[in-house]
Design a binder for this molecule. Structure first.
Ligand code: FE2
Length: 366
């Protein structure tokens, strides 16, 4: 992340052809991945830390990556100084690496379904056997992995468990930054050792953070990622869907799709339904502009106020079963309802605008 772009050695070449308006087609937006962990139910990692990390650091990298890709797509490369190309391509690689590694980090944490992590789960059989083969035992693998992470205290970077086809084994890999990886290897587990990953909860006690992360690993998803890396399996997609989200694609809407639909003055602007359990109200500070906020349990009271001639986008905090259950029920009753994947947390991560929370439509005693 540090250092300056390499200096150009010469002026850019003069064009010998008409200046094109674009060098490449507009890039597709890299879309946000939802949180799969329940941030309020983790062992010793606070919701404040996890959500801040997800929205600001992961979301920041994602927003940066999309902005850089848009800038690159609009670049007339033949007439651009080499230092500008170098700088943009370097920043693109760093942002893309940060996006991918943060997604692996967050997806590797959390409990199973609606249960918080126990801290007692172990790698599934296939991955455990590979760890034994390559490191002597799961315990020996864990000792090296955590020692590498703790050795980064006071610095920054990642520790990555990766599968290397070329080496024919799993490796624990140090990464100095987001763009530092063993070529051709597939990360299976990534541990974020940047200070932003722990400072809110642990201050400078990086070793305590490392131990706490190991108590929150979701070995089912890590095992699935290992099987995908070695080409063993497909069809485990449900492991990577938020718990309680509707299974059908057409019953979900991504944050990017919702943002586009709200900005499209020609289309049917979605009606925004904000659902929140009473116990979760203290976790809320904001909402999407124009949304109506209701208590899920008061559905019989508010369902008739919903439009039948417009799409309805339903969101909750993270897009788990609160919005998922409601969308299933609304669709059963004939409404064109879709659940916002990742909830308002994913909306924050893409930089979506919000307004202060308005609970005037919320049922006081649902
Ligand atoms: Fe991070």
């Amino acid at each position: 992340m540090d250092g300056q772009p390499p200096l150009s050695k010469s002026h850019p070449p003069k064009p010998h052809h008409p200046k094109p308006s674009r060098q490449s087609p507009a890039p597709e937006t890299v879309s946000v991945r939802p949180l799969l962990l329940k941030p309020q139910w983790m062992n010793g990692l606070s919701e404040r830390l996890l959500v801040s990390h997800y929205e600001n650091n992961y979301g920041g990298a994602l927003r940066r990556l999309n902005a850089i890709r848009a800038r690159l797509a609009a670049l007339d490369v033949a007439n651009t100084p080499v230092f500008e190309i170098n700088g943009l391509k370097r920043e693109e690689l760093i942002a893309a690496g940060s996006v991918v590694l943060h997604e692996i980090y967050f997806e590797s944490l959390g409990g199973h379904g609606d249960n918080r992590p126990t801290g007692l789960t172990e790698p599934p059989a296939g991955l455990a056997e590979a760890l034994e083969r390559n490191f002597g035992s799961v315990t020996a693998w864990r000792a090296e992995f955590t020692a590498m992470a703790k050795a980064l205290a006071g610095g920054s970077g990642w520790v990555i468990l990766a599968w290397s086809d070329r080496l024919g084994r799993l490796v624990n890999q140090w990464a100095a930054d987001h763009a530092h990886g063993l070529p051709g290897a597939t990360p299976v587990l990534a541990l974020d050792m940047y200070e932003h990953a722990y400072h809110l909860d642990f201050g400078a006690k990086a070793a305590a953070y490392v131990d706490q992360v190991m108590e929150n690993l979701n070995w089912a998803r890590i095992g699935a990622r290992y099987r995908q890396a070695v080409g063993e399996v497909a069809g485990e997609g449900e492991l990577f869907l938020p718990f309680g989200a509707p299974a059908q694609d057409e019953a979900r809407i991504s944050a990017e799709e919702l943002k586009a639909a709200l900005a499209d003055s020609d289309g049917d602007r979605p009606f925004l339904l904000d659902l929140c359990l009473p116990r979760d109200l203290p976790r809320r500070t904001d909402m999407l502009a124009g949304a109506s906020m209701h208590a899920p349990a008061a559905l019989p009271d508010w369902i008739e106020t919903l439009p039948r001639d417009r799409p309805i986008a339903v969101y909750c905090i993270c897009g788990f079963q609160v919005s998922g259950t409601a969308v299933t029920e609304l669709r059963r009753r004939g409404y064109d309802a879709r659940a916002l994947v990742g909830g308002i947390t994913a909306w924050h991560a893409i930089g979506g605008a919000t307004v202060p929370l308005d609970t005037s439509t919320y049922e006081a005693t649902p």
